[in-house]
Design a protein around this ligand. Structure first.
Ligand SMILES: O=C(O)CC[C@@H]1NC(=O)NC1=O
Ligand SMILES: [Fe+3]
Length: 397
């Protein structure tokens, strides 16, 4: 008997990113926004709408699992300073960096923040992105952090895209708390997280564990507060030095630890045991001209899942292309094409706790697709600055 569904994409080549691997003569059938079949052409399925893909490749919709998409202002002037020799850390200690974006973000109202973010969101959507994680972290006061997360939530109603939000109040020390990091962490734990949780504004909690950020002790206080409010955690860890943030994150069963250029074998092992995803951010590595590569071979050997993301932010990664992110993942970090494609689909979904919902072409998942004008998926990683997207589908539409 025929399986009635809503839409069928046929005569396609599928990069399922799942057990089925690649399917040469494939089709996808969707019903009520979900995949009911993703595999070889199966004439038992029929639908009022049949889309002939002319042999094009279909991947899962792309996922950006680490972004600071909501923010005001930009840091082009600091870019010039760095060209004249200043380091990112010099600029941060001199009151620039994150704090200068904080000033611009505090004075922008919610509508303005939404408008600024939509321009960057549309650029990513044009490349077939269907899910994005958006962090706070430029408000650094309860009112401004709440404003940022409300703006982030609104992006999901202004566009056909899945938005998950992350509270990152422990991103930098605001000037009013200068010299009193522990006092600021009190505010983060006792005031911000309760306010954010009360309004359901965040799906996870993140922190910046770094010399110019917060100590492991301060981060664990933030994570304890997250746990008290039932929120999972993730962490900016080992970006510029090794404070053993990844090990701390793993001890809280973190969804992910991110950056990881200075991750060591102990941290790798802790992440493997906890099932935490390694989110690599080659845009920040490239833009800040770092030289310490993340331990990709060690992550592979230990079976730690590897994801890739833009880390879109005005200071260290003003990047709004997941395709270029994949090229950097291969060119700079030597990830394979398969690892790069998985890094912005299956493993990115895993880093957001969304692998049951999206990230692969499998029955039961949301029908989130990117349909490409390429002869082979490797072209999506190989080319720089091109966008071969033919069509994008989110929740079957
Ligand atoms: O410079 C900025 O605006 C954010 C930088 C970004 N945040 C973080 O914790 N590490 C980074 O590279
Ligand atoms: Fe980041």
């Amino acid at each position: 008997s025929a399986h009635r569904c809503d839409r069928i994409w046929t005569n396609a080549r599928l990069a399922t990113m799942a057990a089925a691997g690649s399917v040469e003569r494939g089709m996808i059938a969707a019903k009520d926004g979900r995949i009911v079949h993703a595999g070889p052409v199966d004439t038992r399925y029929d639908a009022p709408e049949l889309i002939d893909c002319d042999g094009r490749w279909i991947t899962p919709g792309l996922i950006d699992c680490h972004s600071h998409l909501v923010h005001a202002g930009n840091r082009a002037h600091e870019f010039e300073l760095r060209l004249e020799g200043a380091s990112y850390e010099d600029i941060a200690r001199g009151g620039g960096g994150i704090v200068s974006t904080m000033a611009a973000t505090r004075i922008a109202d919610e509508d303005t923040l939404v408008a600024y973010a939509l321009e960057r969101l549309d650029t990513l959507i044009a490349e077939g992105m269907t899910t994005i994680e958006v962090k706070s972290g430029y408000g650094l006061s309860t009112e401004a952090e709440v404003k940022m997360l409300r703006a982030a939530r609104r992006l999901g109603s202004e566009r056909n895209v899945r938005v998950v939000t992350t509270f990152l109040g422990a991103h930098a020390l605001p000037p009013e708390f200068s010299g009193n990091a522990d006092g600021y962490i009190d505010l983060v734990c006792n005031d911000m997280i309760p306010a954010v949780a009360a309004e359901g504004l965040a799906d996870a909690v993140d922190a910046f564990c770094e010399g110019i950020g917060f100590t492991p002790g301060q981060v664990s206080r933030v994570f304890e507060a997250a746990r008290m409010h039932g929120l999972p955690v993730k962490l900016h860890a080992e970006q510029l030095s090794n404070l053993h943030g990844a090990t701390l994150a793993a001890s809280f069963d973190a969804l992910s630890a991110d950056h990881l250029e200075h991750l060591d074998a102990v941290g790798i092992d802790a992440m493997a045991k906890a099932g935490s995803v390694a989110v690599l951010l080659p845009g920040a590595y490239y833009f800040t001209r770092e030289t310490q590569l993340p331990p990709v071979a060690g992550l592979r050997e230990a079976g730690v899942p590897i994801a890739l993301a833009t880390d879109c932010n005005p200071g260290t990664s003003p990047l709004t292309s997941l395709l270029l992110t994949m090229n950097m993942g291969a060119t700079l970090f030597r990830l394979t094409v398969e690892e790069c494609l998985a890094g912005v689909t299956r493993e990115a979904a895993r880093a957001l706790g969304l692998l049951g919902e999206t990230g692969t072409l499998e029955p039961g998942k949301s029908c989130d697709l990117a349909i490409w004008d390429v002869e082979r998926p490797a072209e999506l990683v190989y080319r720089m600055g091109a966008n071969p997207l033919h069509a994008r589908v989110w929740k079957g539409l």
